[in-house]
Design a protein around this ligand. Structure first.
Ligand code: AMP
Length: 113
């Protein structure tokens, strides 16, 4: 997998508003937020799409979801938020490093577009 802009953020080669870092993942605010709170949780392991996950990634994905719950508390959106993964270009994925969008702070409609 070639480097993406998120790889550069993880490696501190370009700046981002980082709100969490640990051995497995990094979370930072989306540069183009679609909700009052909108951050991305990105595994350090290079995985292009959700569809590219393998059996070895099970604990990683569980960890990321626990991080999301902690960050939702920290960002004061724990009462209601949405987690979205766009997997593949036809789903709207534009950065091919797996990332979890976390959005909250306003009423969110359903179904999404
Ligand atoms: P997706 O379309 O699901 O691949 O989402 C990519 C997201 O990354 C978009 O919401 C962008 O606004 C966001 N994004 C792109 N570049 C940056 C950056 N340098 N820092 C923070 N967020 C970014």
């Amino acid at each position: 997998m070639s480097d993406t802009i998120f790889t550069k953020i993880i490696n501190k080669e370009i700046p981002a508003d980082i709100i969490h870092e640990d051995d497995l993942c990094v979370a930072f605010r989306d540069v183009n937020p679609v909700a009052p709170v909108h951050f991305l949780v990105v595994p350090r392991k290079p995985i292009a799409r959700l569809q590219d996950l393998g059996p070895d990634d099970q604990a990683l994905i569980g960890h990321i979801h626990l991080v999301i719950t902690k960050l939702a508390e920290q960002e004061e959106i724990a009462d209601g938020y949405r987690v979205v993964v766009n997997s593949g270009a036809s789903a709207g994925q534009s950065v091919f490093q797996l990332h979890f969008h976390v959005m909250g702070g306003r009423s969110l409609g359903w179904p999404p577009g």
